[in-house]
Design a protein around this ligand. Structure first.
Ligand code: NCD
Length: 299
């Protein structure tokens, strides 16, 4: 694999192999080392988890990491992103982890610099966030390995969620038994990649094995898409009461950052059914497996 840009570039076997490799890295004391490969983190949108997770993953693989301070970079002097990348590549940086508000930008950079660099999509606008879906699936399979026998419900702001897009594609690829997308009608996805939709939380998460709760993305809401948060909480929040619609051993997940008391109550977020910090922990190993797969690509 030369780049990791979207879930649909993977075969079923390829996706399973990456997840298995992430488990192996998690449980092994010996880690491969790539001290000659430098990775640059280019985050043009805010991030805590994903940026640090990639940094941790690269460091565990002995890769030097550069975190670009984009507020103080030459792009603030008018340099184009392409020129920035060309300069960093000229210094020998080989891996570029890119988060950007423009959909398709990581792919465009990958095509433009194909022979020289490796690109990982760390979230492009509302399009995809493929490493998040992979770490989410790893976390699910750690508890429930037979995904062809489980029901997953994704609840919340599906219309603006790149996490949900990547997860739909991954559920399709790995033949998850049932995928239900739950949202108020104004936040249902414009394009459904996989699964069925419902506006009823009770019906949507009934007997679910996994409930993935999405953040209400206030910064992405356009005029006419806003919703009263108190009403949203009443009708769609995962609370100590609503979680009971799902199976008694259902996993509750969230990609973070959580708006406590909006989409998810603290009682559940900090309770025994929550796997949110497990997602964060697994993310480092999943990203190691992805970085390693890129390094093994003969360029
Ligand atoms: C997500 C993102 O930025 O797409 N967060 C993350 O990467 N863990 C989801 C979100 O912002 O709600």
């Amino acid at each position: 694999m030369k780049h990791f840009l979207e879930i649909n570039q993977l075969s079923r076997g390829g996706a399973k192999h990456l997840i298995e490799r992430a488990f192996a890295l998690k449980h092994s004391s010996i880690q491969p080392a790539y001290p000659l490969t430098t990775v640059a983190n280019l985050f043009y949108e805010n991030s805590t988890r994903t940026r640090v997770s990639f940094e941790m993953a690269a460091r565990r693989l002995s890769m030097p990491v550069i975190n670009l301070d984009l507020q103080n970079s030459s792009e603030s002097k008018g340099e184009t992103l392409t020129d920035t990348i060309a300069n960093l590549a000229a210094m020998g940086i080989a891996g570029f982890v890119i988060r950007h508000s423009e959909e398709g930008l990581p792919k465009r950079i990958a095509e433009q610099f194909d022979r020289k660099i490796h690109v990982i999509n760390a979230g492009d606008g509302k399009h995809e966030h493929p490493t998040q879906a992979m770490l989410d699936m790893m976390t699910i399979m750690e508890q429930k390995p037979y995904v062809d026998q489980i029901k997953i419900a994704i609840v919340g702001d599906l219309r603006h969620s790149r996490v949900a897009n990547s997860m739909q594609n991954l559920c399709k690829l790995l033949q998850v038994k049932e995928l239900v997308l739950v949202a108020p009608s104004i936040w249902l996805p414009e394009k459904i990649h996989h699964g069925r939709t419902t506006t009823s939380l009770q019906e949507g998460i009934a007997d679910a094995d996994v409930v993935i709760c999405l953040r209400v993305q206030k910064e992405r809401l356009k005029t006419g898409e806003e919703l009263d948060f108190a009403r949203y909480h009443r009708d769609y929040a995962i609370t100590a009461n609503t979680v009971k619609y799902a199976k008694a051993d259902a996993m509750v997940m969230h990609p973070g950052p959580i708006n406590r008391g909006v989409e998810l109550d603290s009682e559940v977020a900090d309770g025994p059914q929550a796997f949110i910090l497990k997602q964060v922990q697994n993310g480092v190993f999943m990203r190691m497996a992805i970085l390693e797969a890129l390094m093994q690509h003969a360029s």
